[in-house]
Ligand binder design. Sequence first.
Ligand code: NAD
Ligand code: TDX
Length: 340
Amino acid sequence: MKRIIVTGGAGFIGSNFIFYMRQAHPEDRLICLDKLTYAGNLSTLAPVMGDGNFRFCKTDICDREAVYRIFEEEKPDIVVNFAAESHVDRSIENPSIFLETNIIGTSVLMDACRKYGIERYHQVSTDEVYGDLPLDRPDLFFTEETPIHTSSPYSSSKASADLLVLAYHRTYGLPVSISRCSNNYGPYHFPEKLIPLMIINALHDEPLPVYGAGLNVRDWLYVEDHCKAIDLVIRNGRVGEVYNIGGHNEMQNIEIVRLICDRLHKPESLITHVTDRKGHDLRYAIDPSKIHRELGWLPETKFADGIEKTIDWYLKHEDWWQPIVTGEYRNYYERMYGNR
Ligand code: NAD
Ligand code: TDX
């Protein structure tokens, strides 16, 4: 039985991780720390709220006192840090909260791990720390040795956190690991991100805002496959190591949007090309051979099945996304897309 702190568990990947862990390791105690920012949604966690082996704490990971108190009470064996500001466009608009949560928050969590002792601190990072790859070199992939070369305030804050995590390992001997995953998709994905945004706009017959020509490439992984990979890394991954996670599923943005139109029987005339994202990364593509070789991980969900399940989930869970898209999100949407 492990006692595991999961930060950011009311967000997209963190909540999927909690649901996965409940099934895979029902004996483990899970303690979720989440500040409940605009991206955190307590209703997502309703299915586990009454569970005796689950505790939810509305906590900011930058709040040292509150974090230390929880460590003191729970004496965790493992910490998995999902908590972050995660949206590139918001980081371009205002970087400062990204530096606070993604860098300072990570250091507070690791200080707590040093103070109270820990078996493993795991940092959930991203392939964006490697920057991007050119569109005309399909032979190139990110490996764990690819130099850090960030483009956005978001990716720079995630890379800074990664460097701190490795420094805490080298300097203090903290038992850390890092995973760097490609783009996730699946249930509970916040509507500001490409796939849910396009599904929800299409359902409302609203324009589908594709940045630039839509030729940028992302490497999509079904969220449950990411969760399984993290579970393997925290249990069997080597301390001090970085593991890339991805499923060799590269697609251009425009292909994804067309596919969503097709599945929802909506006309492609909804597609509207808008001003490109500043500093827009061209292509992400992960080489996942290390995690396959060392831990036997392979993705299980094919994109055709995963996107079907995801679209179906959004069709059936309007009660989850409707309150989001009618609230504060409308102001965000207007700011981001109004004059684009
Ligand atoms: P998300 O934005 O959906 O969720 C983030 C969660 O963190 C929210 O519940 C939010 O309330 C919480 N949070 C934010 N600031 C906090 C703070 N200061 N203290 C406590 N909680 C706080 O993000 P996501 O897409 O689920 O991403 C989770 C992690 O995975 C992030 O670290 C992100 O960088 C990384 N990642 C995401 C992807 C992806 O495709 N979404 C891919 C690779 C890596
Ligand atoms: O309206 C849109 N139109 C559009 O063309 C949006 C929201 C996005 N895009 C493009 C930009 C990207 O090329 O789609 C692609 C995907 O965009 P996002 O969903 O914003 O994801 P991305 O910027 O690739 O970052 C995601 O993957 C890596 C996550 O948000 C990060 O947290 C993760 O680290």
